[in-house]
Design a binder for this molecule. Structure first.
Ligand code: GLA
Length: 393
């Protein structure tokens, strides 16, 4: 959908002739470092060029009107600045509402309401952070429209708060961080405990990152996600009976092997193993990329998937099929699931000349087994959330 189309829709839906402002926040992929963020480890995500657009005008009263081109059946959703409490009937609009709520709670002045039209070209519920994108685009709308002095990290933390406190998903900080601080052609190595980060240029020579959407409905993903987190917390508390450590990101593989017997449940031990080993893999992967060794990087991606499949148990048959097909294909140097799992997307680093063949092979194998087909996107690594000028898209 072009900017002109969005403008046209905005004017019709909100019955206005005013010229609105345009904002954009990307989605993200995670190259490696999965389910490590809430365990105090490292992640290595990058923002992508699909994302969420917001077309906005300020109102002169305190009313908020939201409309999503992705959910036209839900029509215009309205509320007042004075009542931003969670409302199940408001569906997707709880994301921007939650963001505005936490801005106000943090002391930022939002004196007027707004009309906002949203349009996202990231597939929903596919593990590419459509929700963080919606939160962060709302964040930059508020920052720019009301000239607020908010630093980006604070905005990122408010986005996470929407997930944790407003929507009840105990997610970590990775998604909002990647969406908020993405940089064109760079991935971000983030220490989720200290929040220190480094940008790493994504130089893949004649390879590209292919995103493969399993198109599998992610049922119960939120409750399974929260369950994984609780299992890690239990495992940590078992370890802490003898070892002073504040999170799994602080634990080396050697220490883990020495103290893992303290973790009472076998399942929790597997979850903790993933968290510790995945953190080390992520640091190694960063080094491999810095040294230009993309083969080494790809091997670590593959190991990450195996660990998510066997120890963390979040991949599922569909993602496994996609990833295994990719592993067996010429020109693929690494493939793994990306995001929370339980369905959603996988990524593969593939030689450009092999991309079309790989898509065909995955479609064939996958459709034969599951009766529906996957979708593909070629990832372009982009900047984080920002205002865009007309004609910029
Ligand atoms: C989701 C969460 C993130 C992170 C990933 C798994 O995307 O929102 O915080 O935990 O899953 O790595």
């Amino acid at each position: 959908m072009s900017q002109e189309d969005l403008l046209q829709n905005f004017k019709e839906i909100f019955k206005t002739d005013n010229n609105p402002r345009f904002f954009f926040a990307p989605g993200r992929i995670n190259l490696i470092g999965e389910h490590t963020d809430y365990n105090g480890g490292h992640v290595f995500p990058a923002a992508i060029s699909c994302g969420t657009y917001a077309v906005v005008q300020q109102r002169s009263d305190q009313k908020l009107q939201f409309y999503s081109m992705n959910f036209p059946e839900q029509r215009k959703i309205e509320c007042e600045l004075a009542d931003l409490s969670y409302n199940a009937d408001h569906g997707w609009a709880n994301f921007p509402k939650g963001m505005i709520h936490y801005f106000i709670e943090s002391g930022f002045s939002i004196p007027y309401g707004m009309d906002i039209l949203f349009y996202g070209d990231i597939p929903n519920s596919a593990g590419l952070s459509s929700s963080a994108s919606l939160e962060m685009v709302t964040g930059v709308v508020l920052e720019e429209l009301f000239k607020l002095e908010i630093n980006r990290l604070h905005m990122i933390q408010l986005g996470q708060k929407v997930e944790n406190n407003y929507l009840g998903i105990n997610s970590g900080i990775m998604d909002q961080f990647a969406v908020g601080k993405g940089k064109k052609d760079f991935a971000i190595l983030l220490n989720c405990h200290t929040l220190e980060f480094n940008y790493a240029p994504l130089e893949l020579t004649d390879h590209e990152i292919l995103i493969i959407n399993s198109n599998k409905q992610r049922t119960l993903a939120a409750s399974k996600y929260n369950e994984r987190r609780a299992q890690c917390e239990q495992a940590l508390s078992d370890i802490r009976t003898e070892l002073q450590v504040s999170n799994f990101g602080e634990l080396t593989i050697k220490d883990f092997e020495q103290y893992k017997h303290l973790i009472k449940s076998e399942i929790n031990r597997k979850r903790a193993k993933h968290a510790v080993y995945e953190n080390e893999r992520t640091l190694l992967a960063f080094q491999e990329l810095e040294q230009g060794n993309i083969q080494g990087f790809g091997k670590l991606m593959n190991e990450s998937h195996v660990s998510l499949r066997d120890d963390y148990e979040v991949t599922g048959a569909e993602l496994d099929k996609i990833v295994e097909t990719a592993w067996n294909h010429p020109g693929v140097i690494g493939a793994r699931m990306t995001g929370a799992g339980f369905g959603g997307c996988a990524i593969a680093i593939v030689k450009q000349t092999q991309i079309e063949n790989l898509k065909e092979k995955i479609t064939e194998n996958y459709t034969k087994e599951f009766g529906f087909s996957p979708s593909f996107y070629e990832a372009e690594i982009s900047d984080g959330a920002k205002e865009i000028l007309r004609g910029d898209v």
